[in-house]
Structures are given as structure tokens and as C-alpha cells.
Design a binder for this molecule. Structure first.
Ligand code: ZN
Length: 444
């Protein structure tokens, strides 16, 4: 077992449903060259601005469309590779969240991904530059093949431009929607896994800054390597294939069923892991007063104990082997952090105060974040009915997990009103499924 791949899996368990950002590097194994890499590019020996800018299109439509046709051809003939397919499987198993891609090749959708943002557009359709009329890309291809350059809109005669983002274009709705949704999750520290992107193209390269932690799989250094928890320089297909093999092995040889909504134990670990990182920073350079650290570590101590009782109280019987392995991983994480905590206290000589755990408040806030994320998703330009149901189920699962944790910690369980209100909101946004089913995972 490759320990680097185990490290990656550990991050995925520890920061559940991480977002993924992909760039050209994930598609080179599908035979789509990275046009920004010198010497290997689609635009080799040509000025990329002629072929990938709005100005180039206007100045020399013949060159733009003749060349563009080759690109479209390359892309339509490409097949998703292991990287795309494993990301699709991970998303279907609910082990990763949305995929944000800088690629225009449609290979995430074709590789089985359900929730993705194409922040540089795609080649499935083209739009009229004058009236925005949208047509399938085949319309552009057939016009160009007939010698109609530039291809024209049937309504107004304006130029048809493939729906990819060229230099000089505005960013598409997908970009704003991805940033907005990522920003909705405020309380649980979150991870972004960057795959095959050198993080040099603005504004997409700012997206990882929305996340508390970053992991990077790319064959060249990126400007964010210094911030990353993990940097892998290996082949993407190999890493992703190895990752999936490890997940299947943990699940005793079977592909996993989707992890149930509300199986949120990793949220506790993500939160505590971030707290431990804060403490480690304070050991190197103490910026907080000893009094405030005594109080703060009092909270952390109480939170570690609370998290352990919540995880231990969950009935693992009947869960798939992967979930049992995840629960074991979480308990081992608590043990690791308990040890680190003891070392920290003895080295600094700071005794933790007696405090109450804050986890219950955290889980309440996380439920609110997830309700907001659901509402944000339903407001997107083209929300998919399946994903509306998914976001509603995520929020429902958070409510279930919060209720369960409160019960275990001996606190008053959340108000029924809060649940009824959420169900009303969901109904108003055309959620069809019975949301009560997502509380059953925790029924005593
Ligand atoms: Zn038009």
C-alpha cells in the first residue's frame, strides 16, 4: 500500500466531501494536450492569442475556426481516463463534493460525475455573439465544414462562438456559482484537492483560498504547494486508480455504496484537526495569552472527549465495511490528537480549564450552513432536480447528526420546529423525497 495514497485517503476521510479542482493535467492521459505547456501544446508554434481570444476570433475568423475544428475533433474523440472515472465514482459514493474544472472537454460528465462546474465553459454548444441564441456544437462544425466561416446565427446572422471561455470573455455563471456555494460552508474546515492544474490561470487559481486545507496532485510545482497538506507529483491516473483500489480494499473487495447522509463524524475530526493545528502554531510562536490558551485548550479537551463519545455511541452494526473502517480511522485520529494535546500541555505547562464542549453549537451551525447551501444551489441558473434532492438530503443528514450528538452528550435535542421549518422550505423548492428518512440512520 502506497503511503502517499493513504495520506490522500486520510485527508478525504478527515475533511469529508472535499471539493476537487481539475486542470488540463487530468486530461492529458486522454490524449488532450495541455495547450499551455510549452512544446506539447495544441497551439504549438502558433500565437495562442490568435486562437483563444475574442480578439483573435474577430481579427482572423478563418484561422480561429479552422484551428478550432481540430480542437473540437480531438475533444469529441477523447475518452475519460482513470482520473475522470475515479472522480465520478468517488462523487457517486459521496466521498467527494463538487468538481470545479478548468477543462472544456466534457470528460468529467462522461466519466460519471454528477455535480461539476465548468468554469472555462465547454464545447457542447455555441452561442451567437449578438443575440445569445444557443445551438449544438454540431451546427458550428457543419457550417465550418461547408466553408461558412465564421459560422452564423440563424436568427440574426451574428457570429456563432463555441461556449468556451476565451481570453477577453467574461467568466461564465458556473464560476460565480461555484465560488458562492463554496463560501456557504463556514463552520467545518474544508479541503480542496487540486488535480492537474498548475494554478496559474486567474481567477480560478484563487478558488483554493476559499478552503482551509489544500492537497495537490500535479506533475509540476504550483504557487500553492507551500500551503498544501499534501503534494503528489505522480501520474494522476496512477494516484486515482490506487486511491480507488484502497477504498475497495477497505470495503472488503466491493465497490462502496454511497456513504449515508448524516454520516458526518469526519466533521468533528476536521474541526478538531484545525484546532490542533492552531495549538501547534502557538507552540512555535505564542500570540495568545496563557489565560486565553488555558480556556481555549479547556474547550478542545472537552471537544475531544465529546467527539469520542459521539463516535463510539454510533451503532456500526450493519454498516458497510468502508464505514466501519472510517469510524475506526476517526477513533484513531482522536487518540492521535489526545496524545498531541498531552504533549502540548506538558511542554507549555498550560493546564486546560474545565470547560463545556462546543460541538453541539458547531453541529447546529453546520446544519444552518447546509440549509443555506441547499438554498444557494436551488438558486443556480440550471439546478438539476437530482442535486436539489441531494442538497436537501445533506441538510437533513446534518440535522439528524446534530440531534444524535445532542442526545449522546445529554443535551436537549434540537427543536422540532427547526426541522418542520426546514421541511417546509424544502417542499417550497420542490423537494419530493420524504426527508424524515434521513433521520433513521440515528434512530435509537
Ligand atoms: Zn443571433
Amino acid at each position: 500500500m502506497d503511503s502517499r495514497i493513504s495520506d490522500l485517503l486520510g485527508l478525504i476521510f478527515r475533511f469529508p466531501a472535499p471539493w476537487v479542482l481539475t486542470g488540463a493535467g487530468i486530461s492529458t492521459e486522454s490524449g488532450i494536450p495541455d495547450f499551455r505547456s510549452p512544446g506539447t501544446g495544441l497551439w504549438e508554434k502558433m500565437d495562442p492569442m490568435e486562437f483563444s481570444s475574442v480578439e483573435g476570433l474577430r481579427r482572423n475568423p478563418r484561422a480561429f475556426f479552422t484551428h478550432g475544428l481540430q480542437t473540437i475533433d480531438t475533444i469529441l474523440n477523447a475518452q475519460p481516463n482513470t482520473g475522470h472515472i475515479v472522480l465520478g465514482q468517488l462523487q457517486q459514493a459521496r466521498l467527494i463534493g463538487p468538481i470545479v474544472t478548468q477543462n472544456v472537454d466534457d470528460l468529467h460528465r462522461r466519466g460519471g460525475a454528477i455535480h461539476y462546474y465548468e468554469v472555462h465553459g465547454h464545447f457542447r454548444t455555441a452561442s451567437c455573439m449578438s443575440c445569445r441564441n444557443q445551438v449544438p456544437i454540431s451546427e458550428v462544425v457543419s457550417q465550418v465544414e461547408r466553408g461558412q466561416i465564421p459560422p452564423v446565427c440563424g436568427y440574426c446572422g451574428g457570429t456563432l462562438k463555441p461556449d468556451v471561455v476565451l481570453f477577453g470573455d467574461m467568466m461564465p455563471a458556473d464560476y460565480q456559482e461555484a465560488s458562492l456555494l463554496a463560501g456557504r460552508y463556514q463552520y467545518i474546515p474544508k479541503l480542496m484537492i487540486v488535480i492537474g492544474s498548475s494554478l496559474t490561470v486567474s481567477p480560478v487559481n484563487y478558488l483554493p483560498l476559499e478552503f482551509n486545507r489544500i492537497a495537490i496532485i500535479n506533475n509540476t510545482p504550483t504557487p500553492m504547494d507551500y500551503k498544501a497538506d499534501l503534494v503528489l507529483r505522480e501520474q494522476i491516473g496512477e494516484v486515482m486508480g490506487g486511491l480507488w483500489d484502497e477504498i475497495v480494499a477497505l470495503n472488503e473487495g466491493n465497490s462502496p455504496e454511497p456513504v449515508p447522509y448524516g454520516f458526518n463524524f469526519g466533521h468533528l475530526i476536521a474541526y478538531l484537526d484545525n484546532e490542533m493545528r492552531f495549538l501547534a502554531g502557538q507552540k512555535t510562536r505564542m500570540t495568545a495569552s496563557r489565560e486565553s490558551l488555558a480556556r481555549h485548550t479547556g474547550y478542545i479537551k472537552a471537544d475531544l472527549e465529546a467527539a469520542q463519545s459521539i463516535i463510539q455511541a454510533f451503532p456500526a452494526i450493519g454498516r458497510q465495511p468502508l464505514e466501519k473502517a472510517m469510524l475506526q480511522f476517526y477513533l484513531a485520529e482522536i487518540e492521535r490528537m489526545n496524545k498531541e494535546f498531552a504533549v502540548w500541555s506538558s511542554e507549555t505547562g498550560i493546564e486546560p480549564n474545565a470547560e463545556q464542549s462546543r460541538l453541539n453549537k458547531l453541529l447546529q451551525d453546520n446544519f444552518k450552513d447546509n440549509v443555506n447551501a441547499f438554498l444557494t444551489y436551488t438558486n443556480e441558473t440550471e439546478p438539476l432536480p437530482d442535486l436539489v434532492e441531494h442538497f436537501a438530503a445533506c441538510a437533513a443528514g446534518c440535522f439528524g447528526f446534530w440531534s444524535f450528538s445532542s442526545r449522546i452528550l445529554g443535551l436537549p435535542v434540537p427543536l422540532q420546529d427547526e426541522w418542520e421549518n426546514f421541511k417546509k422550505t424544502a417542499k417550497k423548492h420542490r423537494v419530493r423525497q420524504d426527508l424524515d428518512q434521513f433521520l433513521e440512520l440515528f434512530s435509537p
